[in-house]
Design a protein around this ligand. Structure first.
Ligand code: S3P
Length: 203
């Protein structure tokens, strides 16, 4: 995943989090800040299917949506470096989670239930999972089910109800530290290899 001694983003940055956590709006700003492309996985899934997400759920069922989501995200992860906003359920698919962990850096936008409810109520995006009942109750059940898995993300950032810019700045700082730690690891490995080849110890 890492390309040592580059100054820009080393790998695709994948935003994960529940519906209403701000992945699309924060992702757009983050991509502009990093100077790379922003891609919204849900829009790519709709383009690939030639159908809207509510229609895919209604006509073919959630499993068909998940299959399409898994394939589209795999293709995007194998493409050029970008910021990828994923739908809230994507990181719950084992294959997708493993692929993200291998070839990207994951950032969980963690938000409180109140923030999520407020944001989805304000949003015009149709979300089939929330149309099945009371959005607060559904989101609350999803918090219980998904937050332990989202906790596997490389970076965790609080996404409150305030302005997006400070959140974007926190992500940029965390990414820098993450990539620096990777570079330091690689430097350490190189030093170990050189020392082993010359019969020395590094520590
Ligand atoms: C879903 C979240 C949605 C969309 C689909 C299913 C989920 O994306 O992928 O409706 O399972 O949480 P957002 O998280 O961008 O709303």
């Amino acid at each position: 995943m890492s390309h040592k001694n580059q100054s820009g983003p080393r790998s695709t940055v994948v935003l994960i989090g529940l519906m209403g956590s701000g992945k699309t709006s924060i992702g757009r700003r983050l991509a502009a800040r990093l100077g790379i492309q922003f891609i919204d996985a849900d829009i790519e899934i709709e383009a690939a299917a030639g159908s809207t997400i509510p229609d895919i759920f209604e006509l073919h069922g959630e499993q068909a949506f998940r299959d399409g989501e898994r394939r589209v995200i795999a293709r995007l992860l194998d493409g050029p470096v970008h910021v990828l906003a994923t739908g809230g359920g994507a990181f719950m698919t084992d294959e997708t989670r493993a692929h993200i962990s291998k070839s990207a850096v994951s950032v969980w936008l963690r938000a409180s239930l109140d923030t999520l409810v407020k944001r989805v109520e304000r949003s015009r995006t149709r979300r089939p999972l929330l149309e099945a009942g009371n959005p607060r109750e559904i989101l609350s059940a999803l918090v219980d089910e998904r937050y332990p898995v989202y906790g596997e993300a490389d970076i965790i950032i609080e996404s409150g109800d305030g302005p997006h810019e400070p959140v974007v700045e926190s992500i940029v700082q965390e990414l820098r530290s993450f990539w620096k730690a990777l570079d330091d690891d690689i430097d350490g490995e190189d030093a170990d290899k050189i020392a082993a080849a010359s019969g020395q110890e590094t520590k």
